[in-house]
Design a protein around this ligand. Sequence first.
Ligand SMILES: [Zn+2]
Ligand SMILES: [Zn+2]
Length: 215
Amino acid sequence: MGMLQAGIIPVTPFEQNCTVLFDQDTKEGVIVDPGGDVDVILQTIRENGIKLHAIWLTHGHLDHAGGAMELKEALGLDIIGPHKDDEPLLSALEAQAQRFGAQMTVRNAVPDRWLEEGETLSFGDHEFEVFHTPGHAPGHVIFFNAKQKFAHLGDVLFSGSIGRTDLPGGNHQQLLDSIKNKVLPLGDDIGFICGHGPGGQIGNERRTNPFLTGI
Ligand SMILES: [Zn+2]
Ligand SMILES: [Zn+2]
């Protein structure tokens, strides 16, 4: 069993970071947030010989979950997560796409399993702790691998920014609380990937992110 590797496939007009987490030796892994462009995802998976075990969702927004059902059916995978508080979002993805006028193929998504705070997910030897981090979306979860000092933060925290809170179910104070109580305590030396733009390091965000001043 080798190191955890992460590859990003930019998908949808929202340039969402669909992420493949996999073991560098066995090529076994999972895909996080297949928002769309499922043909591109499938091609990338095939070209790199990745053996996918599941689809993990951080939250129920269009750009993260819009391609989940299509990918589930193409590869026979379970959709795992997010927290059940995002059910109203996942069952309205097609309506969301219409409202945004998004030029993308979208299907409403029905997860095979909801996630709760404190659960552990794994593939091979790689274990990820689940944290429920509402604020950007009510059922948002993040995935934390302590051993390899890595977290997938979805749309909670970005490099130099934080998730928007003006969408249905969003709450600014709740998002700041999630960052303060769930994300920052993971540790300054934790590297992260997020839903949009470049990743970073939690300590660097704690020190320099203007949205975190005074929390
Ligand atoms: Zn989002
Ligand atoms: Zn997003």
